[in-house]
Design a protein around this ligand. Structure first.
Ligand code: FAS
Ligand code: PHB
Length: 390
């Protein structure tokens, strides 16, 4: 088979790029190792920057997001028994975020690809990029006993943190930067009314908590847990009790509890691979970078990679201009690192670090008090949270 762009990975990054390119008549084939149902079974992000929402609309995949997603003009920071509102709209001159689950966004992308007859191959086993540094790179994958070859101009590694693309780059050609946090997030999805109309990020001596949602009947909650904890350690009752203890009393009193329909623990790490290009292979999304979800940057950082890659491919195929491709890694990383900084800062501000000294704890509390007392500090938080310009 031959195509212009070969994409590894059918998560949000790969799907969004595939859709945008197809709309411009740029041929692409996407290889996903799992089934569509398996991919849609993952519960992940929930907050979209306004830039990502615009990109979904440009990809003609924004209708359900606009109909069912919720515009949030602010969120709360709970601490010391009270909660303070961060007025995103007021602090950014009118910008907001869209609360819309990654699962639904991915479903919309799959539906749009199917409607356009997009070439998406599921259950593609042993996908491998070949001749990456030549002008004739190609992909292979296994289908039963057959090895299928796909010749392409470019390969996009959108295969997430555990994918094959980044690992196909020689170790002396890539630099890895990482910070692993000494805790994870235990997440619960429940068919309950959200406790608050806007998200609540809670700093508490027992640990961080987050109250989020997917709709007015579907709530998403998280609590910080030690890395040694397993899902089996946490009954629904134990989870709800711990969450209540970390929230201000008036919030806890209104918490509607119910059976968990999904419960999982995600480790937290900051990770960046540089550069995001090797030969004619480009890395995008979690294949190149991971953030702790505190700042809701993960999915949004993937979107900005796709924005840059999409315009670079457009300039190459429509105008014969390769500037975008040549500057992709540098431009994408400039924004990725700003997302890394913000996610690290939000995580450091709001989580309990067991190894902190008394001095560290005092600094952390002072950081929060300064933030909540300074319009300029809040404006900086807000402009990062709604999304810096692409
Ligand atoms: P993805 O990992 O979503 O998709 C990569 C795809 O490539 C997958 O479908 C995988 O099956 C496929 N693949 C992998 N290896 C392959 C191979 N060899 N061949 C073919 N296909 C292959 N972000 C937030 O903003 N907020 C959150 O709360 C949040 N929670 C998260 C919880 C978890 C457990 C995880 C893992 C991530 C979370 N994220 C969160 C980040 C997440 O939303 C990512 O940023 C987002 O999924 C990035 O999308 P992709 O880059 O498409 O990577
Ligand atoms: C979520 O709803 O899953 C969510 C929201 C905001 C975050 C992280 C996760 O910062």
């Amino acid at each position: 088979m031959k195509t212009q762009v070969g994409i590894i990975g059918g998560g949000p990054s790969g799907l969004l790029l595939s859709q945008l390119l197809d709309l411009q008549g740029i041929n692409n084939i996407l290889l996903e190792k799992h089934s569509r149902e398996y991919v849609l079974g993952r519960i992940r992000a929930g907050v979209l920057e306004h830039g990502f929402a615009d990109l979904m609309r440009e990809a003609k995949c924004g209708a359900r997001m606009d109909a069912e997603g919720e515009i949030h003009d602010g969120f709360f920071i709970a601490h010391d028994g009270v909660k303070d509102r961060v007025d995103l709209k007021g602090l950014t001159g009118g910008n907001s975020v869209v609360v819309y689950g990654q699962t639904e966004l991915t479903r919309d992308l799959y539906d749009a690809r199917a409607a356009m007859g997009g070439n998406i191959i599921h259950n593609a086993e042993d996908v491998k990029p070949h001749d990456i540094t030549t002008d004739a790179p190609y992909l292979t994958y296994r289908n039963g006993d057959d090895i299928i070859r796909i010749d392409c101009d470019y390969i996009i590694g959108a295969d997430g943190f555990h994918g094959v693309s980044r690992k196909s780059i020689p170790k002396d050609k890539i630099a890895l930067y990482e910070r692993v946090y000494p805790f994870g997030w235990l997440g619960v999805l429940s068919r309950t009314k959200p406790v608050s109309p806007e998200l609540i990020y809670a700093k508490h001596e027992r640990g961080f908590a987050l109250c989020s949602m997917r709709s007015q009947t579907l709530s998403r909650y998280y609590i910080q847990v030690p890395l040694t904890d397993t899902v089996e350690d946490w009954s629904d009752e134990a989870f709800w009790e711990e969450l209540k203890q970390r929230l201000p009393a008036e919030v806890a009193a209104n918490l509607e509890t119910g059976p968990s329909i999904e419960k999982s623990i995600a480790p937290l790490r900051s990770f960046v691979a540089e550069p995001m290009r090797y030969g004619n292979m480009f890395l995008a999304g979690d294949a190149a970078h991971i953030v702790p979800p505190t700042g809701a940057r993960g999915l949004n950082s993937a979107a900005s990679d796709i924005y840059y890659l999409y315009h670079a491919m457009l300039d190459h195929y429509k105008n014969g201009d390769d500037t975008g491709l040549e500057t992709y890694s540098q431009k994408a990383l400039a924004r990725v690192w700003k997302g890394q900084r913000f996610s690290w800062w939000m995580t450091t501000l709001l989580h309990r670090f067991p190894e902190n000294s008394g001095f560290d704890d005092k600094l952390q509390q002072t950081d929060l008090e300064y933030l909540l007392s300074s319009e300029k500090a809040l404006a900086s938080l807000a402009e990062n949270y709604v999304g810096l310009p692409f």
